[in-house]
Write a new protein. Structure first.
Length: 581
């Protein structure tokens, strides 16, 4: 029963099924908890709060989350809860190969099962690197217990020889300059030790800050939490506040299903487009929405992208870094400037509406955080997300046209096609290669089934001889993804992918490719009779796995336009509670 104050009775808490019974099982649960040094009164008659922690020494984005878990525990104890820390797969970028995207669904399954199988009443989710945010939330949304997402926070600003440097963005820029002979190997080594100055996620508007900012706008974090730098003392205080608030949410039984609907996802989309966010969000948001019972599509995203310009002046579309964004007012200030596009009545984890949370949010630097009247990229010149369809991508492809060279937004050029990155890398720097900046470079078999796991291979390299001629952008097409920190005229997530027989599998070197971003089209100029002949002769070339998680992934993963979730997890079946005996 719920008391007159709106607080649930202790007997209603899920954890009591484990701890409150007088039978042998209840005895064993209490006994084993005391075995770990806990007093009976420290865990009995209290909400049990899981801290799902993706800390790892292989993930610099999450290297501080062990300390943040202690801050969360402090808040939970203070609010009268019992904290339990449960480690989960870190899915930290850079070190994990071929891609953390292969393991996003693994983390989603792990989060759901950790919450399902343990005596847990609510959870604080610690993550932030690219796939950890959607992975944790996909599992938590399916489980539907009270949760708060505690974002890891971006790293400190970078600078090299007087120039701001953003993780990922400038790695790619300077790599091209090294290959072109414009910086030395000694410069490259010096840069290596100076660009990333602290723990935390990328300091650009890459996938990490894109996703944490989106879930902030959706009401799943404490207001503004996504903007706080990882090394700021305010980040530790925010983590502690998460601990206090999750206990209150458990007593109120405030769950994801109470917070998430189409309007809350639309609020997330407004943040996504205004920030010039990563194309990766197009995959993750579909998957998250389906877990919440919302049928979100690429067309829904394209509609918001048509009316919300890139307003945040952040790399890779702009000039500043995440620490600048924080000091300028952060996500709350940015959303406040776009409030007419938002549903301000949506509830959030702190018990207030989005509108209440935005009230009084001020912008302290109008060059960093801009409004619709002065966007960093006007809608006429590019959008955060353009969706392309045609005979090359019948189910859709995406690109960030705001980060592309405008001269390529309408383009016809001959294709050069590669079936794997090894062949591509060996070929592109051949000085005798017949290639110009008008050539369209295509890499296939990089999709969810083909790679497997849809790695971030889509920011395809520009041939060295063209770099030395001053070329820094070309039309590039891939059924894989691209890092959110990168830029250029890169067409990604081509669906259906080549490995399952999508049209990308039929393209041949020399075919003319036609791109028209304004019209939203992507076509190969090949007669249908010829395509039919090629289709009949097509033989799959992607590797198929017979064991490991990769085998499960290839058997059950959906295509990019459907979120790359597993078919047996995305259909909305209720989570079964464990039998306790």
């Amino acid at each position: 029963m719920t008391t007159m104050t709106g607080r649930r009775d202790i007997s209603e808490l899920r954890s009591q099924r484990w701890f409150a019974s007088d039978d042998m099982r209840g005895f064993a649960h209490r006994q084993r908890t005391q075995q770990m040094g806990m007093r009976r009164d420290e865990f009995m008659n209290r909400p049990v709060i899981a801290i799902i922690n993706t800390w790892s020494e292989m993930s610099p984005c999450h290297a501080h989350l062990r300390d943040r878990a202690e801050a969360v525990k402090r808040g939970i104890w203070q609010a009268g809860g019992y904290p339990v820390e449960l480690p989960a797969l870190s899915v930290g970028e850079v070190m994990v190969k071929p891609s953390t995207m292969l393991y996003r669904n693994f983390l989603a399954m792990e989060c759901e099962e950790l919450l399902r199988s343990h005596p847990v009443d609510g959870a604080v989710l610690l993550g932030g690197c690219d796939k950890s945010t959607p992975g944790l939330l996909m599992g938590a949304i399916s489980m539907d217990l009270p949760i708060i997402f505690c974002p890891a926070g971006p790293m400190a600003n970078g600078q090299w020889r007087g120039q701001k440097t953003g993780a990922g963005t400038h790695t790619k820029k300077y790599w091209d300059e090294l290959r072109a002979g414009n910086i030395t190997q000694d410069d490259w080594v010096d840069l290596e030790s100076r660009m990333t100055r602290s723990i935390g996620t990328c300091n650009t508007m890459g996938t990490a800050s894109t996703m944490t900012s989106i879930v902030d706008a959706m009401g799943l974090t404490l207001p503004g939490a996504s903007s706080i730098p990882a090394v700021d003392s305010g980040h530790t205080r925010m983590a502690s506040a998460c601990g206090v608030r999750i206990v209150e949410m458990v007593w109120a039984d405030l769950k994801p299903s109470d917070l998430l609907d189409r309007a809350s996802f639309n609020n997330g989309l407004v943040a996504y487009m205004a920030l010039g966010g990563s194309t990766n969000a197009a995959v993750h948001l579909v998957a998250m929405a389906r877990r919440a019972g919302v049928n979100l599509t690429l067309d829904d995203m394209a509609e918001v992208a048509e009316r919300v310009p890139v307003c945040a002046n952040l790399f890779p579309s702009g000039q500043y870094l995440m620490e600048d964004f924080y000091f300028a007012g952060g996500i709350l200030a940015q959303l406040n400037k776009l409030s007419r596009h938002l549903d301000l009545t949506r509830p959030t984890v702190n018990g207030r509406t989005l509108g209440e949370n935005l009230a009084g949010a001020e912008c302290w630097n109008d060059d960093v955080i801009r409004g619709e009247d002065d966007p960093i990229v006007p809608l006429s010149k590019g959008k955060t997300l353009a969706v392309l369809r045609g005979n090359l991508s019948p189910s859709g492809a995406v690109m960030k046209s705001s980060a592309a060279n405008p001269k390529f937004l309408r383009h016809v050029g001959p294709a050069i096609v590669f079936d794997n990155p090894g062949d591509m890398n060996r070929t592109l720097d051949d000085p005798d290669l017949d290639i110009t900046e008008n050539t369209v470079i295509i890499l296939r078999n990089a999709g969810p089934v083909g790679a497997p796991g849809m790695p971030e291979w889509g920011n395809l390299p520009i041939p060295k001889k063209l770099l030395m001629q001053g070329v820094r952008d070309m039309v590039r097409i891939c059924d894989g993804r691209m890092s959110g920190t990168h830029y250029g005229t890169c067409i990604l997530h081509v669906t259906p992918e080549a490995a399952v027989g999508g049209p990308l599998a039929l393209v041949q070197t020399g075919d003319l490719i036609e791109l028209d971003v304004r019209a939203g089209t992507l076509n190969m100029l090949v007669e249908e009779t010829e395509l039919s002949r090629r289709r009949a002769a097509w033989v799959p070339t992607a590797v198929r796995y017979g064991r490991s998680f990769a085998a499960l992934y290839q058997q059950h993963v959906s295509q990019a336009d459907e979120g790359c979730d597993f078919d047996f997890l995305s259909r909305g079946d209720p989570v079964a509670e464990p039998v306790i005996y």
